[in-house]
Design a protein around this ligand. Structure first.
Ligand SMILES: C[S@@+](CC[C@H](N)C(=O)[O-])C[C@H]1O[C@@H](n2cnc3c(N)ncnc32)[C@H](O)[C@@H]1O
Length: 276
């Protein structure tokens, strides 16, 4: 029901933990409804590949949300401002660190959004990581010919006509949910192990207390008649305790979140559906 009829649309950003490769699991589990609410929208793989009438798409990463709003508002003109940075003269370490400094020094949201697209495609592994003072600190990625995702940006812009974007923490997004909504939550993963604790999407990380609070909000919101689907790394003890009462599906997925390319192992994924 929630599944889009078209060929899968790829997100234009590289994004750690993006759900493009497990879309089919999510599409067949998401209940129907009028509006899909995503408190952790990331690159928007699920938004792009579902068929709800409306979307409320939120994330605590301000650069990401500003970029989506600008792309929606300015469309082709915004894409045109990004294109020059994909010329070969900007694909070297000197240019990268100069543009990264410029990104970190400017308060101009449009300039930041344009540079965010450049950094995403030229930085190491497409990571998005900030230091504690909020400075973007991903090193140069050394790609031969970074791809300019014009087609994907325009597809996102088209679909974004149905969407509102908000920069906010997940707790706030739950407050803004209403009857007729379906909520899909894709938080930063529970750690696979202490050495693989990848929680640096924004300065501050994502704590175990936040994972527990998310599970609590999912439960109480589903009791108000709003179904909530959470995807996460499958940790048996956590799933048993905090997703108790939800409909659980588990499966294996190839993960690409490690800093060490050799360490790309299969890991268990869980989908927990609260309500319906
Ligand atoms: C696993 S990613 C989501 C990936 C997305 N489903 C996709 O397909 O690209 C998790 C997202 O949660 C966001 N995030 C982290 N902490 C958050 C918080 N406290 N509230 C809201 N969003 C948060 C991150 O910025 C990141 O975009």
């Amino acid at each position: 029901m929630a599944k889009s009829q078209h060929q899968p649309i790829r997100p234009f950003l590289k994004w750690a933990g993006n759900k493009f490769r497990i879309l089919h699991h999510i599409q067949r589990t998401l209940p129907g409804g009028k509006r899909l609410v995503e408190p952790f929208v990331g690159s928007g793989a699920v938004f792009l590949n579902t068929d709800y009438e409306d979307y409320l798409l939120c994330d605590s990463n301000r650069d990401l949300v500003d970029l989506f709003k600008l792309l929606k508002r300015r469309g082709q003109a915004f894409v045109d401002s990004c294109r020059p940075y994909f010329e070969p003269r900007y694909n070297n370490a000197d240019a990268y660190y100069r543009l990264r400094d410029r990104f970190n020094q400017t308060d101009d949201r449009e300039e930041r959004a344009v540079l965010f697209v450049y950094l995403n495609r030229h930085g190491y592994n497409g990571l998005c990581r900030y230091n504690l003072s909020g400075g973007f600190n991903v090193p140069f990625g050394r790609y031969q010919r970074p791809y300019f995702p014009e087609r994907e940006m325009l597809a996102f812009r088209d679909k974004a006509k149905q969407a509102r974007f908000k920069h906010q923490a997940f707790e706030q997004t739950f407050v803004h949910s209403d009857s007729g909504d379906v909520i899909y939550c894709d938080p930063p993963y529970l750690p696979l192990s202490s050495s693989a604790n990848f929680t640096s999407y924004s300065a501050g990380g994502f704590s175990m207390a936040q994972q527990q609070e998310l599970a609590r909000l999912a439960r109480v919101t589903s009791e108000r008649g709003i179904p909530v689907l959470i995807s996460n790394h499958h940790d048996k003890a956590f799933t048993t305790e905090y997703y108790d009462g939800a409909r659980i599906e588990t499966f294996d997925v190839q993960r690409f979140i490690s800093r060490n390319g050799a360490n790309r192992a299969k890991a268990g994924e869980v989908l927990a559906l609260f309500g319906t």
